[in-house]
Design a protein around this ligand. Structure first.
Ligand code: URP
Ligand code: ZN
Ligand code: ZN
Ligand code: ZN
Length: 464
């Protein structure tokens, strides 16, 4: 069915304009005024008066249905993407974990099975690289071309679990350069963190706050700098996920200043929460355990400025949800056993609008850039995703900037028993959300279909 959205204000990373949007066969076919005459018969007209029309959010960092820390994330591709849709996100790129000694293709098949028939928004996969050998090096070019998986993830932390060494990172950077992929790193010095954790536990420190105290920002800065230098040496391309601190921002900024292909992502939790949250009594601090950890408040200003001045380019959710009861409490007697991560996929978009645009930290266009457009470009789905333009998928958020809402686990749609932003008032809310021209959220109700999300075969790095 054709649809015409009238009276809204279209916002892209470049422009803000009062315009109508015509959608045919899931694609935007015209943007302008007086489009009714172009519209086919039986076009549904939607009045978006008083609302912004934003491109659907692109979340480049999710972990759905992922085994981690001795348990599995509480949100799978059904609940996670539904929550994303409610929050205005219409594209996600999820991390496909791999296992040493197993063909990469079998892990990719596993991830396809997790998502197929469940996802309600479009999705791609990043591929974790944990070893480099002849088989992996042979598989990578095929995965890039046949599967359209054009980004790899290397963990520099989580020793003895996910961590890879510098040699693996370097050879991944070389292979990515050769075949057209983007390398992502979780940048923390996992070896030194492992020593600090052992020392803290030996001294009898078991509370959640020690999670943060054993992962100081200097170790994130060090690993980020190392990854930047290895990227320079390989003349490759690097995306640093979940940047939390000034030390890491400085390393990324320096690499960019020297002309290297380096990008950085931060997340709402690092912009808005801080290390004191881990000190909450009755083990509640466990709700705020992420790696890298929440930092001292001073770092927040650095991160906001870095988004504004372009030193950091994207905001991901790092959605990785675990229930407080039954999952986070695996670490009740030992902070190092608390599953790392939190539920953010739903509120990423509104938090960034409310705290960013609403508080004068970002312009409307900068908001769109960091919440959708830049990630679409870096991860090979632009201009199909990440903008409102003729020829793009009609992934559109009808967003009312005047509505106020209190974030709460009572009303969120994520499959988890707490919300780290409980009680926070946000101004501005996605009212309706379209994915490829079909409503998935209409007047705040889910009207989509389980399994309607499609796998995105993404373009190689640098061609989007
Ligand atoms: O604490 C976090 N960030 N959990 C998710 C896994 C990761 O490191 O991204
Ligand atoms: Zn496939
Ligand atoms: Zn990570
Ligand atoms: Zn993550």
């Amino acid at each position: 069915m054709a649809r015409l959205i009238t009276n809204g204000i279209v916002v892209t990373a470049a422009d803000t304009m009062r315009a109508d949007v015509l959608i045919e066969n899931g694609i935007v076919t015209a943007i302008g005024s007086s489009l009714a005459q172009l519209a086919p018969q039986n076009t549904e007209v939607i009045d978006a008066g008083g609302c912004y029309l934003f491109p659907g959010g692109v979340d480049p960092h999710t972990h759905l249905d992922m085994p981690f820390g001795g348990t599995v994330t509480a949100d799978d591709f059904e609940t996670g993407t539904m929550a994303a849709a409610f929050g205005g996100t219409t594209t996600i790129v999820d991390f496909c974990l791999t296992e040493k000694g197993k063909p990469l293709s079998s892990s990719i098949d596993t991830w396809h099975r997790k998502a197929e028939g469940k996802a309600v928004v479009d999705y791609g996969f990043h591929l974790m690289i944990s070893e480099i050998n002849d088989q992996v090096l042979t598989e990578l070019p095929d995965i890039i071309k046949q599967e359209g998986i054009t980004s790899f993830k290397v963990f520099m932390a989580y020793k003895n679990v996910l961590q890879a060494d510098d040699g693996i990172l370097y050879r991944t950077l070389q292979s990515a350069k050769q075949h057209g992929a983007l390398v992502m790193v979780h940048a923390e010095n996992g070896d030194v963190i492992d020593e600090l954790i052992k020392q803290a536990l030996a001294a009898g420190h078991t509370e959640p706050i020690y999670h943060a105290l054993t992962r100081p920002s200097i170790l994130e800065g060090e690993a980020t700098g190392r990854a930047v230098r290895l990227t320079a040496l390989a003349d490759s391309q690097l995306y640093v996920v979940h940047v939390t601190c000034e030390e890491a921002v400085q390393q990324i900024a320096q690499g960019r200043l020297e002309g290297y292909n380096i990008w950085g992502e931060t997340c709402p939790q690092y912009l808005l929460l801080d290390i004191t949250d881990l000190e909450k009594p009755d083990f509640e601090g466990a709700k705020y355990v992420w790696s890298p950890p929440l930092r001292a408040k001073e770092h927040q200003e650095v991160l906001w400025n870095a988004l504004k001045n372009g030193q950091l380019q994207t905001v991901g959710s790092d959605q990785c949800s675990f229930n407080f009861k039954g999952q986070k409490d695996l670490g009740a007697a030992d902070f190092s056993l608390i599953p790392n991560g939190g539920p953010i996929i739903e509120d990423r978009f509104s938090l960034l609008y409310s705290e960013g645009v609403g508080k004068g930290r970002l312009t409307l266009n900068q908001f769109v850039e960091v919440i959708a457009t830049r990630a679409a470009k870096l991860f090979g789905v632009f201009p199909q995703k990440g903008t409102i333009a003729v020829g793009s998928d009609a992934d559109i958020v009808i967003f009312d900037p005047s509505v106020e809402r209190i974030i709460s686990a009572q009303t969120h749609h994520m499959n988890v028993d707490y919300n780290p932003f409980e009680g926070l008032a946000v101004k501005g809310e996605p009212i309706s959300v379209l994915s490829r021209g079909e409503f998935i959220i209409r007047d705040r109700k889910f009207v989509g279909t389980k399994g309607s999300g499609r796998f995105l075969h993404r373009k190689t790095f640098g061609t989007s």
